[in-house]
Ligand binder design. Structure first.
Ligand SMILES: Nc1ncnc2c1ncn2[C@@H]1O[C@H](COP(=O)(O)OP(=O)(O)O)[C@@H](O)[C@H]1O
Ligand SMILES: [Mg+2]
Length: 498
């Protein structure tokens, strides 16, 4: 049998000194190399459909209740289907949990899709600006430190200590000049300063300096911010046109960084937005609602997924308790910070081209030869999934999905009749019917985007479902009991007969 090959990688194991756990981990016994179906088939009203498993053909409904966290890493070559998976995932998360999403879109890849789904596209650059000195709920002192941290990430800590010190002082002075006390918050009504103020303050300091070398390091500090304040390229040094406080609760938001002048601008904007998000996250009250409030997506945003000082790491550490999730997608797994890559609850491995990437991913996730062989042969849409359960497990945590079952564009169907209009997504409706054991060949029932409720009941009855089963099924696809009663009453009334 295939799965006898599924010996977990590692040193050869002597049976005598192996613990039960070790043996279980190494799958020497003939378990199929997939987690048990009951852990993969979560309730579709509280989970996200991904596709069927390759061996047991179990429909995999992803849910993070039993996982260490809701965060997700996706790795695979260009064209393997990373962004496709992100889109599918976010669409379903919005449907089942009303999860908001904020995408930091490096190359503008998501624009068309976001527009199509009715989300909001915000293009930073000539159209929209973000003032890096906005407080976003911080005190000026904290925000000063955050700005210094992002500048350090950007310039790889190249700046000399005295350059950094004078830059920090100038940022503080810029806040004080605008009457922002360095320790107080709640001054959002005042217009915060911009990097232009910082630049001006630095140039003045340089002018007043009494030695040549002091002048020089102050001028260097001025150069660090100066590049962001030039006329026509001051998109991060003008009053903000986007409201950070709204971004986390506005459905699907795509922040496009492509139109910014260069990588430095994109990194600076991306890191700053993550800092604001982290602050907003920490203000969130716990809520009893299922699922997640927000997914933050970093797709090919390697610089901000990689650096130890990036707040992506804070979101991974603390996100779960605030119902914030992170999705990182990258063609190069070593570009994802280890604190992220080794801590996400779920990893999707798509087609990986380079041997060193395969070795890296396998060393981290420790899957079997069986999985590694399968990955070698992956085409578009094939995936291996690694789940990290909170509790100890004795089954393999990496398994294969034949094909990520993609989301066609949303197609709304209205179930109508008896004064009711109930909107559902066609795919979602089909999936829920399948889950209930009903073959979802609904296409003939559906006319002009509408399904007549009474026709639907008759269709189910023709499939020989009992009245009580029909009630169950209808309520499972989202109809309220009140409505269901009306439909049956309508049928008894003899309307729509014949
Ligand atoms: N599971 C899938 N089913 C069908 N088509 C897919 C699937 N995954 C990807 N594709 C298609 O393959 C192409 C590349 O996918 P994309 O997500 O852009 O790759 P990546 O982001 O990894 O570069 C796209 O045209 C996409 O529609
Ligand atoms: Mg992509």
């Amino acid at each position: 049998m295939k799965w006898e090959k599924n010996i977990q990688s590692g040193s050869p194991l002597q049976f005598e000194d192996a613990t039960n756990h070790d043996l279980g981990q190494r799958m020497i016994f003939a378990h199929p190399p997939e987690p048990p179906p009951e852990l993969l088939m979560n309730d579709p009203t509280n989970s996200i459909y991904i596709g069927r498993t390759r061996l047991m053909k179990v429909p995999f409904y992803w849910n993070f209740d039993k996982l260490t966290n809701p965060h997700i890493a996706i790795v695979g070559v260009t064209g393997a289907g990373k962004s496709y998976l992100v889109k599918t995932f976010l669409t379903r998360a919005a449907l089942v949990w009303k999860t908001n999403a904020l995408i930091l879109d490096w190359a503008g890849e998501y624009v068309d899709w976001v527009k199509q789904t009715g989300g909001e596209v915000i293009e930073l650059g000539p159209k929209n600006s973000l003032n890096l000195m906005d407080l976003g709920g911080n005190s000026p002192l904290n925000r000063t430190r955050q700005i210094m941290r992002t500048l350090e990430i950007l310039f790889e800590s190249k700046g000399r200590d005295d350059e950094k010190r004078v830059l920090e002082e100038a940022i503080e002075e810029a806040y004080l000049e605008k009457k922002f006390s360095l320790h107080a918050t709640g001054q959002e009504k005042l217009e915060p300063p911009t990097l232009k103020d910082v630049h001006r303050i630095l140039l003045k300091k340089a002018e007043k300096a009494d030695s040549v070398w002091v002048k020089e390091y102050i001028r260097n500090a001025a150069k660090m911010v100066g590049r962001f304040t030039k006329e026509g390229a001051d998109f991060l040094a003008r009053p903000s046109t986007l409201k950070m406080s709204k971004l986390t609760s506005s459905g699907l938001v795509d922040i496009v960084l492509k139109k910014l002048p260069d990588e430095e601008f994109r990194v600076l904007a991306g890191l700053s937005i993550l800092q604001y998000l982290k602050e907003r996250m920490r203000e969130e009250e716990w809520s009893a609602e299922k699922g997640l409030k927000l997914y933050v997506v970093l797709d090919e945003a390697w610089k901000i997924a990689q650096d130890d000082r990036s707040d992506a790491i804070m979101i991974v550490r603390e996100g779960r308790k605030y119902q914030f999730g992170l999705i990182v997608a990258s063609q190069n797994p070593t570009d994802i910070n280890e604190a992220i890559f080794s801590n996400v609850g779920t990893t999707f491995i798509l087609n990986l081209k380079f041997q060193r990437f395969k070795d890296y991913v396998r060393a981290s996730l420790k899957y079997s030869d069986f999985i590694a062989d399968a990955i070698e042969k992956f085409g578009v849409g094939n995936a291996a999934v690694n789940l990290t359960f909170s509790a100890k497990t004795d089954f393999p945590r990496t398994f294969l999905i034949d094909k990520i079952h993609g989301e066609d564009p949303l197609e709304e169907i209205v179930i109508s009749g008896e004064g009711m209009e109930h909107k559902v997504d066609r795919n979602e409706l089909k999936r829920r019917l399948s889950y209930e054991g009903v073959t979802p060949d609904i296409d003939a029932l559906c006319k002009d985007g509408k399904i007549d409720a009474i026709a639907l009941v008759k269709w189910l009855e023709a499939k020989r479902y009992s009245r009580t089963r029909v009630v169950d099924i209808l309520s499972y696809i989202g109809l309220e009991l009140k409505m269901i009663r009306k439909i049956f009453k309508g049928m008894r009334g003899g309307k729509n007969e014949g």
